[in-house]
Ligand binder design. Structure first.
Ligand SMILES: Cc1ncc(COP(=O)(O)O)c(C=O)c1O
Length: 369
């Protein structure tokens, strides 16, 4: 073992991907209901995606932000158009945690304050402030704990107002659907109510769409189920379909100042091209497949709860699912995801998935239970 061994891993070595399948070194075919952690959106090695990245690489793969890159403007326009946003400005970086880190830092610059309000069971990444707003003591070192963070339960307006009354909060960060936390969602009234606090306390609202964005929830962004205009939206995962890219979308109310954010690789030519593509009804299809999945799941008496929306789903049992997930991988060649809820299997497939793939999954599940 030559790598720094921090991951729990299945003993599978994928060497090829095609649409919703990955293939290992022995040409075994695995149905990918995990999407490499909700990353694969338009499908593994989608034809046009591969062609566009290859063409770009043959021209220029990278130059830094010391020069203009019109592809970033094109991508910003395209995201605003597809997501039906009103002129949010794009700043690009390289991962989800980096997006969150920049969103928190910008909120602090913007408000001049430094405490952050986050939610119980949240996950926002592993870098300094991103992990500090993640509700998991085990992955926070002493260094991370120096950030000023208050965790409250979803829907607890009383506690939220007590925290905001202290007057030092720069941001409220939330996931519209908690991914790693196990697919819980805040009430609609609670998130709609954040608009009132946003004005009253001059606090920045950050919608973390790193996992739920780019149609995974059935809407372009999961927060669009609510009536709220975030100050900052964090994006990554589905954006690049596997190409490492992230970013923040900044409300036009927040004005940029030279030098306050920056990165060498962020917004490079390959990342832009990997993220530039047409929507092709994938939001609508995600909603249709959600109904199909939930309908079949409801017929399984052993499934206690179906959680989430779009193609960001979870099925909850009354037992630890780690053995079941291993059986699905080794006996049925199906990848699924886990979460901090040990009884829950997460379903995060490429958004190009079809009904028959869910039939295959439920058949295998039936045999494995
Ligand atoms: C909601 C959310 N925010 C941030 C992150 C961090 O993203 P990354 O792993 O790309 O740093 C994740 C990763 O799972 C996430 O689910």
């Amino acid at each position: 073992m030559k790598t720094f061994d921090v991951y729990n891993q299945f003993d599978v070595v994928p060497i090829k991907g095609k649409d919703v399948y990955v293939y290992d070194e022995f040409n075994n075919k695995y149905l990918d209901l995990y999407g490499g952690h909700a990353v694969i959106s338009i499908g593994h090695s989608e034809k046009k995606y591969v062609k566009n990245i290859t063409n770009q690489l043959n021209n220029i793969g990278f130059y830094s932000n010391a020069v203009r890159n019109p592809l970033q403007d094109k991508l910003s326009n395209e995201i605003n158009l597809q997501a039906d946003l009103d002129n949010y400005k794009l700043f690009m970086c390289n991962s989800g945690a980096e997006a969150v880190e920049n969103a928190l830092k910008l909120s602090s610059f913007y408000t001049g304050k430094k405490r952050i309000i986050a939610f119980k069971n949240s996950f926002h990444g592993r870098t300094s402030a991103a992990v500090a707003v993640t509700d998991n003591k085990y992955i926070n070192s002493e260094l991370n704990k120096q950030h000023n963070v208050s965790f409250i339960e979803f829907n607890d307006n009383t506690k939220l107002e007590i925290e905001l009354d202290k007057g030092d909060a720069c941001a409220i960060i939330f996931e519209s659907i908690q991914g790693v936390g196990g697919l819980d969602q805040p009430d609609e009234d609670f998130i709609n109510g954040l608009a009132y606090y946003q004005k009253k306390y001059q606090v920045s609202i950050i919608a973390d769409e790193v996992q739920s964005g780019f149609c995974r929830s059935g809407q372009f962004f999961a927060f669009q189920k609510f009536n709220i205009q975030p100050d900052i939206i964090t994006i990554a995962k589905g954006m690049g379909n596997g190409f490492p890219v992230g970013g923040i979308l900044v409300n036009p109310n927040i004005h940029p100042q030279k030098g306050i954010l920056g990165t060498t690789y962020g917004g490079n030519h390959l990342a832009c091209v990997a993220s530039l593509r047409k929507k092709n009804n994938i939001c609508k299809k995600a909603l249709e497949l959600e109904s199909y999945f939930k309908n079949i799941a409801s017929k399984f008496s052993s499934i206690k709860k179906v959680k989430g929306r779009g193609l960001m789903l979870g099925i909850e049992f009354d037992f630890d699912v780690s053995e079941l997930r291993s059986k699905l991988v080794y006996e049925h060649k199906i990848f699924t995801g886990s979460s901090s809820n040990k009884n829950l299997i997460r379903i995060l497939p490429p958004l190009s998935i079809k009904k028959n793939h869910f039939d295959i999954f439920f058949n295998a599940l039936n045999k494995s239970l």
